[in-house]
Write a protein that binds this ligand. Structure first.
Ligand SMILES: [Zn+2]
Ligand SMILES: [Zn+2]
Length: 341
């Protein structure tokens, strides 16, 4: 089969067509594994982090990609939930141990043996992909392959962030940053919590206009004060300052959820600190989001199908994988980028 692989890690290699197209053997599904003929794989910023060494793959060469959808074409002998011809997908979670204290509580995202698709196991920038059926998902009927693919990362992790903010109908919810995940979270809030008001904080005026068009109650710059205090806020920015300045806008017992794997260093001249009485007192709290669980993905797919939630997408033919990555790197963002395979 044809597959794109990361062969080596290097600084800023992304400008030089870092993925290499190779031919390799078809993966053979064992026992509980299913083989998926990949129809679409969405492109994520994480692939750039892998190539440039900020999220180092477990082995090389590796096929990246963790928003994979396609058709089941072969199954291991013990497979029960899928049959040949089913539409199936997979996200960031490739496997977890199933035995540790976290797995037992459904917090498999925190398992020390958590394996990530396209980072600790081959992913979906290829014609075929295999995974244990327990970590694969049926794709709702009313979503096309291309529409479903981006939901497996930005959407599912956005859903986890929203749930960790402990939302209730009528709550004022802030969204700090308004990228792919922010859009989807806003649409989820409008669907699940009709009486809630959404306050969007974004530097870019086009993003603020888009937020208002999609139903945000208010949109302003990061530095602006919202007209009302917030029950919770979800941060998806890559830097430290926006979530920190948001703490003072939270109501008593309010919760700040930070959905970011890492935060860029701040400007050394800028002193950022949490002032206890202004920012945390009165039972306000900060929570971070790590990875994603199977429950997040399956619950989110159900909601996405009900709404129905159709992300804005930009298609790239399979042989233009490097261009798709470059466009993400250069922030040519017109919607989720999806490789058509
Ligand atoms: Zn991703
Ligand atoms: Zn575990």
């Amino acid at each position: 089969m044809k597959a794109w692989v990361i062969e080596k890690i290097a600084d800023l290699l992304i400008e030089k067509n870092p993925l290499k197209l190779i031919r390799m053997d078809y993966p053979l599904p064992e026992k509980k594994e299913i083989l998926i003929k990949v129809h679409a794989c969405a492109v994520c910023h994480t692939e750039i982090d892998e190539i440039e060494g900020r999220a180092v793959p477990s082995f090389l060469p590796i096929i990246p990609g963790h928003q994979i959808v396609g058709e089941v074409v072969d199954t291991g002998k013990a497979v029960k939930k899928f049959k040949i011809g089913d539409r199936a997908g997979a996200g960031w979670i490739y496997s977890a141990c199933g035995k540790c204290e976290f797995c037992k509580k459904g917090l498999e995202n925190l398992c020390s043996e958590f394996k990530a698709t396209g980072k600790d196991a081959h992913g979906g920038y290829a014609e075929y992909f295999k995974i244990n059926e327990d970590f694969a998902f049926h794709i709702p009927e009313n979503l096309s392959y291309e529409e479903a693919a981006p939901l497996f990362c930005a959407g599912a992790i956005g859903y986890r962030s929203l749930m960790l903010s402990k939302p209730e109908n009528g709550h004022n919810i802030g969204l700090i940053g308004f990228g792919a995940s922010g859009h989807l979270v806003l649409k989820m809030i409008k669907h699940l919590y009709h009486d809630s008001k959404v306050f969007v904080f974004a530097r870019d005026s086009d993003q603020r206009k888009l937020a208002l068009r999609l139903g945000a109650y208010w949109a302003g710059d990061i530095e602006e004060s919202p007209p009302e205090k917030l029950h919770s806020a979800i941060d998806t920015t890559p830097v430290w300052k926006p979530p920190l300045i948001m703490l003072k806008h939270l109501k008593p017992s309010g919760r700040l959820v930070i959905n970011a794997i890492r935060k860029e260093e701040t400007d050394k001249n800028e002193v950022l600190k949490i002032e206890y009485s202004r920012d945390l007192w009165l039972e306000r709290e900060i929570k971070t989001v790590a990875n994603v669980t199977r429950k997040d993905i399956s619950e989110f797919l159900k909601i996405a199908s009900e709404i129905p939630l159709k992300p804005e997408i930009e298609l790239y033919p399979f042989d233009r994988a490097n261009d798709a990555l470059l466009d993400i790197k250069n922030r040519k963002i017109r919607g989720a980028k999806v490789l058509k395979i």
